[in-house]
Design a protein around this ligand. Structure first.
Ligand SMILES: [Zn+2]
Length: 377
């Protein structure tokens, strides 16, 4: 595929369209990564590195602070929604297309910023690192940012990381952790006509479900953000045949935990919640664990960014790649012009009037023209 060169002096809407019009479903990002790499190299003021379909670029101006901007290049599968198209619906001008919200509008903002500050002689208030990565929308083992963290982790260091995932223009701090456990209830198999000879494992799951139904999830404020936890059965399996007393029942439970708990705390909490069941012979296996990320909004670089955006920050309740930065102790926020509710939908779109204000806030922050008490620039 020949991809037209990206013009980083074009406005953010034009640039968003250009990105959307190059399909980049997970695993097929190469042509788009090539175009991004060529555009960044062409600026002349950036050190540029490529691994796989990740494109990394940074300034080296000797600033005291460094801001990392990150975005994934891939999208979910196209659903007759490429190329992009503009339309006005309910009085809103919208750009439709796969990846508009999640997250090529964010990538376009990164490229705009690179176009402004990645040229010789530019004077951003912070040194800047740009991380464009692949395979975010698929299994975590393929995630390009994870690969950068393993192979080139120094490229991720900074005083603040901004992940330009869709947030509707709000700053979303940190993210919750998520773990899955499987509780296995033992029983004894028997013919259901002589059920007294067995022990029904599905019935044995009742106390577990009762605990979940009665569970009051914790709510906690961290750095001024409100996090709400959740503990939910997400799957239940059991039963052998229509005339057999089941000898096993498995309940999968998902715990979404606030980032003031680490993975060990989260597991300990779940074990405590199900202590009676565990004492009665139920076993618990952790099948999936991803730690959360503290918002870190009290750090000066992060506080200054929130001030620049000028809207109250919110807690990120889902898990996002900000956790990969938080694992290195780097404050990380989500901030992007897309609408998270639009992500992955056939009718995915981004509101055109969200694009320029998002760029203006980001550029104001990076030039240090916003005056705040917490600004280190
Ligand atoms: Zn995304």
């Amino acid at each position: 595929m020949t991809v037209p060169a990206l013009d980083l002096t074009a406005d953010v809407l034009t640039l968003t369209r250009a990105l959307v019009d190059v399909p980049s479903v997970s695993g097929t990002e190469e042509p788009l990564a090539d175009a991004v790499e060529a555009a960044l190299r062409g600026l002349g003021g950036l050190e540029v590195v490529r691994i796989g379909n990740c494109v990394l670029a940074r300034t080296d101006l000797g600033r005291d602070t460094r801001v990392v901007l990150a975005g994934h290049l891939d999208t979910v599968p196209i659903a007759d929604n490429v190329p992009s198209r503009l339309d006005t619906v309910d009085g809103e001008e919208r750009l439709y297309g796969c990846g508009t919200s999640d997250m090529k509008a964010g990538d376009a903002l990164m490229l705009r910023v690179a176009g402004l500050f990645g040229v010789p002689g530019a004077q951003p208030a912070h040194d800047l690192t740009f991380v464009f990565y692949d395979n975010e929308e698929v299994e975590a083992v393929k995630n390009g940012l994870g690969r950068v963290a393993r192979e080139l982790r120094g490229w991720l260091y900074g005083d603040l990381a901004i992940l330009l995932e869709p947030t509707d223009g709000d700053v979303e701090g940190g993210c919750q952790g998520t773990m899955r456990v499987v509780l296995t209830v033992p029983g004894e198999r028997a013919h259901s006509a002589r059920s007294w000879l067995g022990r029904n494992a599905v019935h044995g799951a009742a106390p577990i479900l009762a605990v979940l139904a009665d569970y009051t999830a914790r709510e906690v404020d961290i750095d001024g953000l409100h996090f709400r936890e959740g503990l939910n059965a997400v799957r239940i399996e059991g039963g052998v045949a229509g005339n057999v007393v089941p000898d096993e029942c498995r309940v999968t439970v998902n715990f979404r935990f606030a980032p003031d708990r680490d993975e060990d705390d989260a597991e300990a909490h779940v074990r405590e919640v199900f202590a009676d069941a565990l004492a009665a012979g139920v076993t618990l296996e952790v099948t999936d664990m991803s730690g959360g990320a503290l918002p870190g909004l009290s750090e000066p670089a992060a506080a200054a960014f929130v001030a620049a955006v000028g809207r109250p920050a919110r807690a990120k309740l889902g898990w996002t790649d900000v956790a990969r930065f938080a694992a290195f102790g780097i404050p990380a926020v989500n901030y992007g012009p897309g609408d998270p509710n639009q992500a992955h939908q056939r009718g995915e779109h981004v509101r055109v009037d969200r694009l320029q204000p998002a760029e203006d806030a980001l550029v104001a922050y990076l030039t240090g023209t916003t005056t705040t008490t917490g600004d280190t620039a």
